[in-house]
Design a protein around this ligand. Structure first.
Ligand code: SF4
Ligand code: F3S
Length: 357
C-alpha cells in the first residue's frame, strides 16, 4: 500500500513518464489485492461523442487495459462490454441493487420533454431516458465522477442554443459530483482521479469541484511561451511560433496541467506546442465563452483590461480572469507591455478589419 503523499508524487511523476498508468497500476493492483475486493464501477454514456472513453483507451500503454479489466470490476460500459440489450440492463440493475459502486458518467443529460431527447434503453414498451437512469444510478452510487467537459459542465452538447436543454450531471443530481473535465479528458486525469477515490476517498477539489491535483495550475503560468508573452513576441496566425495570446489563447484563464503533462504518450505535445491556441476546453463555460476561438481575450485599454476579460470572469473563471486582469494591470503599469501590445493589437485589429471587408 502506498501513502497519499506517495500517490501525489506518482501523479506528478507521470508528467515526465508519458503516462501515469504504468506508475500507478502495479501499486494500485497491490493495494486492491490488499483490500480484498475489486471496486465496482459503472461507466455510463449519455449525450456524448464517446470522445472520453476513447481518450481513455487511446493510450500506448497496455497496462491501462489491465487496470480496466483486472484491477476493477467494470460491470457496465456501452463501449467496453460485450453484453447487449436486456442482458446488459439486467447486469446494470443487479449492480445498482448490490450498491457500493462508483459511477462515471460521460456526456450531458437532455432534460427537455422529460428527457426524451436521450433514451438509454427500452423496458418493454417503456423508454428509459438518460435523465431517469442517471438520477436512479447516481442517487445510489458511493461516488459520482463526471468524465469530460460535457458531463462536468455541459460542454459542446449543451452549447447555445442547446435545443435538448441538456445539463451537466451535477445539475440533475442532488449530491456531490467530482468533475473531471476536458474535451476530451486526459487519460491520466481519469485514471488518477478514480485511483484516488478508490484508495484515499475523494481528492481535494478546487473551483467547480475539479481535482486540484490535475486542475490546480494556470496554463499561462506554466507555458513555455510565457517569456514570449512577456517580451511581446506574438504569433499572428495558428502555426506560427510565438505567444498565441493575440490569436485567442485561453491559457491565461484556464487551469489544468497540460503544459507539463502533455498529451499523446510518446509523441508528447499539447495545443500550444502544436502552435495552436489553448481553447480552454476544461473550463466551465466551454465552448460558448471560448468562442470565437481565435479571438484574443481581454482588449487592453489604456492602463488595464476592459470588458472582454470581465465578461469571461463573470461567466466562469472569475478568479482566473481577475488574475490575468491583475497581471495585465501590473505589467501595463510596469510599462513592459503597454506600448508594444497596444501597437500590436491595433495592427491586428486593422488587419482583421481589412480581411473582413
Ligand atoms: Fe502560452 Fe497562451 Fe499564455 Fe501565450 S497566452 S504564454 S501561448 S498560455
Ligand atoms: Fe484543453 Fe487547453 Fe489543455 S484546449 S487540452 S485545456 S491546453
Amino acid at each position: 500500500m502506498f501513502t497519499r503523499r506517495q500517490f501525489v508524487q506518482l501523479c506528478l511523476k507521470g508528467m515526465a513518464a508519458y503516462s501515469l498508468s504504468p506508475l500507478i497500476i502495479p501499486r494500485l493492483a497491490q493495494a486492491l489485492e490488499a483490500m480484498g475486493e475489486k471496486p465496482l464501477v459503472l461507466y455510463m454514456e449519455a449525450n456524448t461523442c464517446a470522445g472520453n472513453v476513447f481518450s481513455l483507451l487511446n493510450t500506448l500503454n497496455p497496462s491501462l487495459r489491465d487496470l480496466l479489466f483486472e484491477s476493477l470490476d467494470i460491470r457496465y460500459s456501452n463501449t467496453l462490454m460485450t453484453a447487449q440489450g436486456e442482458k446488459a440492463l439486467d447486469i446494470l440493475m443487479e449492480t445498482v441493487e448490490e450498491g457500493n459502486y462508483i459511477v462515471m458518467v460521460e456526456g450531458t443529460i437532455p432534460t427537455r420533454g422529460d428527457g426524451y431527447y436521450g433514451t438509454f434503453a427500452l423496458l418493454g414498451e417503456k423508454e428509459i431516458t438518460h435523465l431517469e437512469m442517471i438520477r436512479y444510478i447516481g442517487s445510489k452510487a458511493k461516488t459520482v465522477i463526471a468524465v469530460g467537459t460535457c458531463a462536468a459542465f455541459g460542454g459542446p452538447f449543451a452549447a447555445h442554443p442547446n435545443p435538448s436543454h441538456s445539463l451537466p450531471v451535477s445539475k440533475v443530481l442532488n449530491r456531490k459530483v467530482i468533475n473531471v473535465p476536458g474535451c476530451p479528458v486526459h487519460p491520466d486525469w481519469i485514471v488518477g482521479t478514480l485511483s484516488h477515490v478508490i484508495l484515499f476517498g475523494d481528492p481535494p477539489l478546487g473551483v467547480h469541484n475539479r481535482p486540484l491535483l490535475f486542475y490546480g495550475e494556470n496554463i499561462h503560468e506554466r507555458c513555455p511561451r510565457r517569456q514570449m508573452y512577456e517580451k511581446s513576441i506574438f504569433a499572428r496566425h495558428p502555426g506560427e511560433e510565438g505567444c498565441l495570446y493575440l490569436i485567442g489563447c485561453k491559457g491565461p484563464v484556464t487551469y489544468s496541467d497540460c503544459p507539463l503533462r502533455q498529451w499523446i504518450g510518446l509523441h508528447n505535445s499539447w495545443p500550444v506546442e502544436a502552435n495552436t491556441p489553448c481553447i480552454g476546453c476544461v473550463n466551465a463555460d466551454f465552448p460558448d465563452k471560448s468562442m470565437p476561438f481565435f479571438q484574443h481575450l481581454p482588449q487592453v485599454g489604456v492602463g488595464g483590461v476592459n470588458t472582454t476579460a470581465q465578461k469571461f470572469a463573470g461567466a466562469a473563471a472569475g478568479a482566473t480572469a481577475l488574475g490575468i486582469g491583475a497581471h495585465f494591470l501590473a505589467t501595463t503599469f510596469r510599462g513592459r507591455l503597454k506600448m508594444k501590445l497596444k501597437g500590436q493589437l491595433r495592427s491586428h485589429q486593422k488587419k482583421k478589419g481589412e480581411k473582413d471587408e
